[in-house]
Design a protein around this ligand. Structure first.
Ligand SMILES: [Zn+2]
Length: 298
């Protein structure tokens, strides 16, 4: 997004993954009490993204909705599973060519990992980086994560790609299909902080010129070892469980195999694991994602 261009429409999304109840119920609450998210200088819209998956308490019905937003897929009329159709509908409501194109999206997710309050940003989105720098400055609990240039893959774009600028909130640890009041309230407070920032931005009142940021950049996923039937043969090592964002040194334990062997980290530099034991990643066989910690200047 160009600096100094005013935001007109902001979209808050929840329930992109149907079993992530924090975001889903936040949207239900905001739809019931719209005055909570109303701000003077822009219009706040809400989207309950995957209602069918929510009803079935599943991440998705046929395909991860958060991978359905490449232009190629949105224009492909042969793609017709529930999520493909839903993505096309959402694009028609809020996409670039819709009557209500969105200037800023934030999509609220939750995680079974102990990632606390995490903001996921894109490296080339200066506006979101500035927002993340500001939020992590006013709340030291907030961590900022980026998939770097490795993700999103051009073929599997997330919902938030519909707007010029966007941020994704990940909160945890919380089980799938469960609400937790403390996490709910923290997430809600973060949503309000973002709306207040956007309001201040619009009226030219961003006081903090916070321009440095600790960014955890994705480098690679660590997969569980499998047997010849494709079955997982290890679990997260007990010493690493719930240690998201903590330094992992060469030769530190990572995984414990079913036959009792410890698998250690074999890299030669310190990394910071995230998404350690994410339930949603078992279907891909991913045990965790490794990141590097950078201090960046925006
Ligand atoms: Zn999610």
């Amino acid at each position: 997004m160009k600096s100094n261009s005013k935001l007109n429409r902001v979209l808050i999304v929840g329930g992109t993954h149907g079993n992530e109840f924090t975001g889903a119920y936040l949207i239900k609450k905001f739809q019931q009490f719209p005055e909570l998210i109303r701000r003077e200088s822009f219009k706040t819209l809400t989207l309950f993204a995957n209602p069918k998956a929510f009803t079935e308490v599943r991440r998705y019905i046929s395909r991860d909705l958060n991978h359905c937003f490449s232009r190629l897929d949105l224009q492909d009329t042969t793609l017709s599973c529930y999520e493909d159709l839903r993505a096309k509908e959402i694009d028609q409501m809020f996409g670039y060519n819709s009557e209500n194109p969105i200037d800023f999206i934030f999509d609220v997710h939750s995680t079974t990992t102990k990632m606390g309050l995490t903001l996921i940003v894109d490296n080339d989105d200066l506006f979101s980086l500035q927002l993340a720098a500001y939020l992590s400055y006013i709340n030291s609990e907030i961590k900022v994560y980026s998939f770097g240039d490795l993700y999103p893959s051009p073929n599997l774009l997330p919902l938030r790609a519909l707007a010029k600028s966007s941020i994704c909130i990940e909160v945890g640890a919380i089980a799938q299909g469960v609400l937790n009041a403390e996490i709910f309230l923290k997430t809600e407070a973060l949503v309000f902080a973002i709306l207040d920032y956007l309001e201040k931005y619009n009226i030219g009142e961003i006081q903090s010129k916070q321009n440095t940021l600790i960014l955890y950049k994705y480098i690679e996923a660590v997969y569980f070892p499998r047997n010849e039937h494709g079955e997982i043969q290890a679990m997260i090592h007990p010493q690493l469980e719930f240690k998201d964002y903590q330094a992992l040194y060469p030769n530190d334990p990572m995984l414990l195999t079913l036959d009792g062997q410890t698998i250690c980290y074999k890299g030669d530099s310190i990394v910071y694991p995230t998404f350690i034991n994410e339930a949603a990643y078992y279907e891909k066989g991913i045990a965790m994602c490794l990141t590097q910690k950078h201090q960046i200047t925006i």
